[in-house]
Ligand binder design. Structure first.
Ligand code: F6R
Length: 609
């Protein structure tokens, strides 16, 4: 949720920290702050608003000097969006300074304890409580104080701490919130994701839960919060700079929509053998026997990832003939679910850090399910908790509104369904045919992207309307949900997605003159039924925007506007049908003048409940 960058080395670090922070701004952006140790004293500058506001404030105060420092971009949980609540936080005695991602659940009890000891607080945050606690326990050894404090804490944290009395030392720790340590030559950079590290060094390691690292310019030491030494695995960061830069596009969301053909080609590389009718998934090979015997699957996700999971549910039943249900991870984890023998839980997540998805997967595992992951971020927490899995390989997704990860998730679930289907009942010929179609998806998405100007013109016609419906059936019911979610999260237009048949059970009352209703009306088993639903909307004055199959000569007579997608088997059509909906949402947000990559109230990865 929050972005963290910290540095210790020989360089003056303000500029370097801010540059890293800008790369992480998608993780949270309601306030930002920075601190360095300058001539033995901690100096903090923080402000509500974006990193750009912080830069202005730094200029006003003449900048910060120092070769050790930390900075943070916040997505508020405890305490409103105010300057005092922004990070870094300091203590009132020992010269401690701290930045934090996560939630300290027992902060209230700790605060009372610290107040009784005479500490005074200047913010409403749980983070300041942790800074004070470390200060209270500090006795000349920052690492020991951090370890001792974290033994008292329940909740989630990724923290970096520094102390005036040890002016070249950073101590960082993690439980539930990711932190990476970049290992440079005489310098270290700690960040909540690799994109803030890669321009300095490509060597890094990830902290595990309950681990603490102490770094100085000359080296590092890792241990647990109980001070048991551990040896981390320093690895090559697999991020290319061009993947995290705009490269001529106006927004990351736009770049990522246009990247989808290339991203999917990557997802498919080496995994499709269309000649033999075979899917090759190295990530699940070790569990092949157990998976083939599986009786039931539960797909878990939130938001866009859940929509992909719902398409996976349809595919697993339809293609692989294996029982499947997709569920909000947040509901699953608390509803005392029954896990029968032979159940496979599949976590679907771009970040691999979503708190609810992680907790639901652990719950399913605890109750005996085999855990699979359909994850983008390699080595993320959820990926590490799974028994096996298939990575999306779509590259870093920076736009807060998920686009290429959605098609990547659907693509991987398609591969998984076909992998299973082939081992259960699908013939090699049938599978080969599906795979041949699957391989055409990147080029077909390219053809849809070429209609961008027309999609923008259609969006312009309706962009002033405040209420939209998105309707689809079967495989494209989740696509309708995804279309509505994209529109609402970046353009703030109220949009509802639903199964087209559900409309008559109530929502039809909403339809008034000119209300935009987007129908996914591609050729498929329920095409005629969708056409009836279109007629019902039109009869009540609604304006129909149809996503239809190229060559459908009838649809233009029924819809006010038609956006065409190439023909493809129905099971694969969501990967195409979603593209015009992503572009409509993008254009609507731009036309309304919103900051597409930093929509209000949202942050990229939801690591708190
Ligand atoms: C919407 C969006 C969110 C995420 C959801 C799950 O555009 O991005 O709905 O899909 O927060 O995130 P991941 O996939 O990281 O688990």
């Amino acid at each position: 949720m929050c972005g963290i960058v910290a540095y210790t080395g020989s360089k003056s670090c303000q500029h370097l920290l801010l540059e890293g922070l800008k790369r992480l701004e998608y993780r949270g952006y309601d306030s930002a702050g920075i601190a360095t140790i300058e001539n033995g004293r901690i100096r903090v500058v923080k402000t509500v608003g974006r990193v750009a506001n912080l830069e202005d404030k730094l200029e006003e105060v003449g900048g910060l000097r120092g070769t050790i420092g930390m900075c943070h971009t916040r997505w508020a949980t405890h305490g409103g969006v105010t300057d005092p609540n922004a990070h870094p936080h300091t203590d009132d005695r020992a010269g401690i300074c701290l930045i934090h991602n996560g939630i300290i659940e027992n902060y209230a009890a700790l605060k009372t304890y610290l107040q009784e000891k005479g500490h005074t607080f200047s913010s409403d945050t749980d983070t300041e409580v942790l800074a004070m606690l470390i200060g209270e326990l500090y006795d000349g050894d920052l690492e020991a104080a951090v370890q001792a404090a974290l033994r008292e804490v329940t909740g989630a944290y990724g923290i970096v701490v520094m102390c005036e009395r040890e002016p070249d030392t950073l101590v960082a720790a993690r439980k539930g919130s990711p932190l990476m340590v970049g290992v440079g030559d005489g310098e270290f950079i700690i960040a909540s994701d690799g994109s803030a590290i890669v321009s300095h060094t490509s060597q890094a390691f990830a902290l595990e839960d309950y681990q603490v690292v102490k770094v100085t310019p000359t080296g590092f030491r890792t241990s647990t919060i109980h001070n048991v030494p551990v040896t981390p695995k320093v690895q090559q960061l697999e991020i290319e700079l061009e993947e995290i830069e705009l490269g001529g596009f106006s927004h990351f969301m736009q770049k990522e929509i246009f990247e989808q053909p290339k991203a999917l080609a990557n997802t498919f590389r080496g995994r499709i053998d269309a000649k033999e009718g075979k899917v090759v998934l190295g990530g699940v090979a070790t569990l092949a026997k157990e998976l083939i015997r599986a009786r039931r699957t539960i797909l878990l996700g939130q938001g866009t990832a859940l929509h992909a999971a719902m398409i996976g549910e349809y595919m697993l039943e339809d293609l692989a003939k294996i029982g499947a249900v997709a569920e909000y991870a947040s509901e699953f984890r608390y509803r005392n679910p029954i896990i029968e023998e032979g159940t496979v839980a599949i976590a679907v997540s771009q970040s691999g850090e979503t708190a609810d998805t992680l907790a639901a997967l652990l719950e399913a595992k605890e109750r005996g399910a085999l855990a699979l992951g359909v994850i983008n971020v390699v080595g993320s927490t959820i990926a590490r908790e799974t028994d096996a899995g298939v990575y999306l390989r779509v590259g870093p997704e920076i736009g807060v509104a998920s686009t290429k990860a959605f098609v990547g998730q659907v693509a991987v679930l398609t591969l998984l369904a076909l992998w299973w289907a082939r081992r259960r009942q699908m013939s090699a010929d049938q599978c080969a045919e599906m795979l041949r179609h699957l391989e055409t998806v990147p080029e077909k998405i390219e053809r849809i992207l070429a209609q961008d100007a027309q999609i923008r013109r259609v969006t312009e016609k309706y962009v002033e309307r405040e209420n939209w419906l998105f309707l689809g059936r079967g495989y494209n019911y989740p696509t309708a949900l995804e279309g509505a979610l994209k529109l609402k999260e970046i353009s703030y237009i109220h949009a509802e997605g639903m199964p087209a048949a559900e409309m008559k059970h109530g929502p039809i009352a909403l339809i008034n003159d000119g209300m935009p209703a987007v129908f996914i009306a591609n050729r498929g088993r329920q095409y005629d039924k969708v056409m009836s639903n279109i007629a019902e909307v039109k009869a009540r004055g609604g304006h129909v925007i149809a996503v239809a199959t190229e060559g459908d000569t009838q649809i233009a007579k029924h819809a006010h506007d038609v956006l065409y997608i190439p023909d493809i088997p129905e099971a694969l059509s969501p990967m195409l049908a979603v593209v015009p909906l992503q572009l409509m949402a993008y254009h609507a947000a731009v036309l309304r003048g919103h900051d597409v990559d930093k929509p209000r109230n949202l942050a990229k990865s939801v690591t708190v409940e």
